[in-house]
Design a protein around this ligand. Structure first.
Ligand code: HEC
Length: 455
């Protein structure tokens, strides 16, 4: 859903750039041009006001977003000022928008216009009024708000009400025009700026969380190991109806965070990196150094704050390996062709294609142990990192020759809990739904659902 929305927004904004300027823009910009990277590639007023393009190329002016401090308290309104200056300019304009830092296509909170500015929504011509979050809102100048004839600089003031719940960092973007009052889009200086606000006092989860079970993130069995993706299932981990997926805006030192949306998981005395939270589920990765055996696990809400609340301690059993394939709805192994087409029965996954004998395919799983070089849980594998322990792979019951296992390791560019296998399907393999199994450290992937359609 989100992905589709983002693509259509890109196309709309892209089409705009070529559109003739038929509107009286001194009454306010007619499109999303605050410099948000996900709004049609980060367009700014300099799309049209091109004389000194790109934005910020004239160092004698500047644009600022002014707030009391670089934090927000969920639901608590804040004054925002946008200030622009240039020694030679004599007419002015701006556009401002607030976005979730982890997904800048999503608006964050709502805006209330002040004097000389107006709030609009949507990234299309006409800038319609707002329908509510997460649709992005924009504050921008009105025609009187261009302060024609005023020299040196001007300021606009408006209110912003953050979302009621903590959503992590929020980034404010603004673009401004220090214009020459010529009544055209020529000879105007465009500036952009952005600031990021952190949530403050935001963690107010009130109920004690209940841990029901802890499962392997791919097979949903109880098998866990160091480095594996896992899920805690239970109750009251998060405000009902709210979910939060970690993305690069949440990263700490380039890795997935050890608390997300006021939720932390402690396993074997260590905080685990978290990738996703909703009220009855937390997805996390088991730290590489977690010892084998019976290990305590606690869910901690509002971690490190005076209102911290912990679940009762659960106990999980950790083994050296807990290999499992990711699957499409439990039906076939999550796999791709070497040119990244999805391998699956088309009945299960629209657009899925079968694997062909003789071809190299990529299979995805978790729990196959640690890699060489070692990546800690939550870190992103920057390149190839092969599994430390040898694997045996069978396709339709026949063991693959070593030469047909091209790669067994972390999935480059992804979180280290994701493992990938590049294997060649033998010419002699059966066709139809073929069972595939991988054994590592004496443990074999669970067979349920682990098939690959071969043609
Ligand atoms: C799609 C093209 C386009 C975009 C994008 C655009 N403008 Fe304009 N702008 C114009 C045109 C054309 C004019 C001249 C007509 C008018 O004044 O309405 C203009 C005029 C203005 C003027 C009056 C200039 C003067 O010297 O009198 C201001 C101020 C202004 N725009 C601000 C902005 C700001 C701020 C942005 C970005 C947030 C922006 N515009 C983005 C096309 C655009």
């Amino acid at each position: 859903m989100r992905q589709t929305a983002r693509i259509s927004r890109f196309l709309i904004a892209g089409a705009l750039l070529g559109a003739p300027a038929l509107f009286a823009f001194s009454t306010g910009p007619r499109s999303a041009v605050s410099g948000v990277p996900t709004d049609g590639g980060g367009g700014t007023c300099a799309n049209c006001h091109r004389t000194f393009a790109p934005a910020n190329s004239d160092g004698s002016g500047m644009l600022e977003i002014l707030v009391d401090k670089l934090t927000y308290t969920p639901g608590v309104k804040k004054k925002i000022r946008v200030k622009i200056q240039h020694p030679d300019a004599s007419r002015w304009g701006f556009q401002f928008t607030a976005r979730e830092a982890s997904d800048t296509s999503r608006g964050a909170g709502s805006l209330t216009a002040g004097d000389n500015n107006v709030v609009r929504c949507g990234a299309t011509i006409g800038m319609p009024p707002c329908n509510g979050e997460p649709e992005p809102q924009f504050a921008q100048h009105t025609q009187p708000g261009t302060f024609a004839g005023t020299r040196v600089g001007v300021e606009w003031e408006f209110d912003w009400t953050p979302p009621a719940n903590e959503i992590g960092d929020i980034t404010f973007y603004a673009a401004g025009n220090a214009a020459n009052n010529g009544g055209t889009n020529a000879d105007d200086r465009i500036y952009t700026t952005k600031i990021t606000l952190k949530a403050e006092g935001a963690c107010n989860l009130a109920r004690k969380p209940t841990v029901r079970t802890i499962v392997n993130g791919a097979s949903f069995s109880r098998d866990l190991s160091p480095n594996v993706f896992a899920s805690v299932l239970g109750l009251d981990f998060e405000v009902a109806g709210r979910s939060r997926a970690a993305s690069s805006g949440d990263f700490v030192d380039g890795a997935f965070p050890q608390q997300l949306a006021c939720v932390a998981v402690e396993i074997g005395g260590r905080r685990a990196p978290i990738t996703y939270v909703q009220t009855d589920q937390i997805n996390f990765q088991v730290p590489v150094s977690t010892p084998s055996g019976a290990v305590p696990l606690t869910v901690i809400l509002n971690p490190g704050r005076p209102n911290e609340v912990k679940s009762d301690v659960a106990t999980v059993t950790v083994n050296s390996h807990a290999p499992a394939f990711f699957t499409f709805s439990g039906k076939s192994i999550a796999a791709q062709t070497s040119d990244f087409k999805t391998i699956a029965n088309a009945a299960d996954v629209p657009g899925g294609v079968p694997a062909r004998r003789g071809d190299v395919v990529i299979l995805y799983g978790t729990g196959f142990g640690v890699s060489e070089p070692v990546y800690q849980a939550g870190e992103i594998a920057s390149g190839q990192a092969r599994l430390r322990d040898a694997v045996t792979i069978t396709v339709g019951g026949t063991t693959l020759a070593a030469a047909d296992i091209l790669y067994a390791g972390l999935a480059p560019g992804n979180i280290s809990g994701l493992q990938q296998f590049n294997i060649r399907i033998p010419q002699s393999a059966a066709t139809g739904n073929v069972a595939i199994a991988i054994t590592v450290g004496g443990v074999t992937t669970a067979s349920a659902g682990a098939v690959l359609p071969v043609q």
